[in-house]
Design a protein around this ligand. Structure first.
Ligand SMILES: [Zn+2]
Ligand SMILES: [Zn+2]
Length: 346
């Protein structure tokens, strides 16, 4: 089978490898689609995110091809999402205490993320922990929609990290893949006003289409804070969801949050954060919370949302490409943040 190997910054090599075989307790999945994640793009551009010799690709959907002895609950031909990060059979502290996305073994075993693992920039993947990694896709959900599970699950986890209540006024910074998903989930949950901030005009249009009440370019709004206050009963936002993963936008998030409100950091960036005055957090009792990945229950819920038509994927996949084109695609995506998602189709 053909695989694309990450060698280091701006270096991808293609090679042929033997197709994986399912040993006892393991499952082989034939990859149908794999999204190119922001993580893959960051790793392509910056050192220290992916380990050299890893085969990237963690936004994987496909069909079960082979089942090893002793595996229960799956059949050959089942359509599955390959996730979720975390959750270990050893039941580490985080798995025992209900936060499997923080599992101490999870990172290293996540296909396409863990050092040296083989993800889905390849025709087949091997699930060594199928009961933790594979989630069945409902029959009425198309695989080309299900491939967005990683985005929606990350957004859904960020939403669940917040103390959102119906009727809250919220701001979503960054209307890329995660931001658009957060907007949809907030709309579904009864947000009063959703304001999206993004510098891109096409993303602002998508934000409105996906449920935002107002979409603004923060760079073009010199009185942004005053205008937001006017809109939100003279206060700031109850909750700001930072989805841009841009060091500067975290400062904007803190600035636009009302006293006693919450800032949820869903976006990630390897660079240090913008300077935030401690007084902006302390004096106003802001709750600043990180959000990382998601767990298998959240992944399952997101697929159910898709099955019930609660969330839509319109306009989120900008390009389907072949595995051979992945290097060109990564080059392109390192130059622009305009596309929402490029997806490899097998
Ligand atoms: Zn991802
Ligand atoms: Zn664990």
């Amino acid at each position: 089978m053909k695989v694309a190997v990450y060698e280091g910054v701006r270096s991808i090599r293609f090679e042929d490898r033997p197709k994986p075989q399912a040993g006892a307790g393991e499952v082989v999945v034939q990859v149908k689609y794999c999204g190119i994640c922001g993580t893959d793009i960051h790793a392509y551009m910056h050192e220290g995110i992916l380990f050299p010799e890893t085969v990237p690709g963690h936004e994987t959907v496909g069909i079960i091809e082979e089942i090893g002895s002793g595996v229960e609950g799956f059949n050959i031909g089942d359509r599955v999402a390959v996730g979720a990060p975390g959750s270990c059979p050893e039941q580490c502290y985080y798995c025992r205490t209900g936060r499997p996305n923080l599992c101490v073994n999870g990172f290293g075993r996540t296909l396409g993320i863990g050092p040296g693992t083989q993800g889905a920039f390849a025709e087949y993947v091997l699930a060594k922990y199928p009961n933790r990694q594979l989630v069945r896709i409902p029959d009425n959900v198309r695989l080309e929609d299900a491939v967005l599970f990683d985005i929606f699950s990350t957004a859904y986890h960020g939403y669940r990290r917040s103390n959102f209540k119906a009727g809250n006024n919220v701001i979503v910074i960054g209307a890329g893949a995660i931001g658009l998903s957060v907007i949809q989930i907030l709309k579904l949950s009864g947000a009063k006003n959703i304001v999206a901030l993004d510098k891109s005009e096409s993303k602002r249009r998508l934000a409105i289409e996906h449920g935002a009440d107002l979409a603004l370019d923060p760079g073009a709004e010199p009185k942004l804070k005053d205008n937001i206050k006017k809109l939100f009963n003279g206060l700031g936002a109850d909750i700001v969801y930072e989805c841009a993963g841009n060091p500067a936008t975290v400062g904007i998030a803190v600035d636009l949050c009302r006293a006693g409100g919450e800032v949820i950091l869903i976006g990630t960036n390897p660079e240090p954060l913008a300077t935030i005055n401690e007084i902006q957090i302390g004096l106003f009792e802001l709750d600043l919370k990180g959000s990382f990945a998601y767990d298998d229950n959240e992944l399952g819920t997101v697929l159910d949302f898709m099955s019930k038509g609660f969330i839509k994927t319109d306009g989120m996949v900008n390009k389907m490409l072949k595995l051979e084109e992945v290097k060109t695609a990564l080059e392109e995506l390192s130059e622009t943040t305009e596309p929402v998602r490029y997806v490899i189709s097998f």
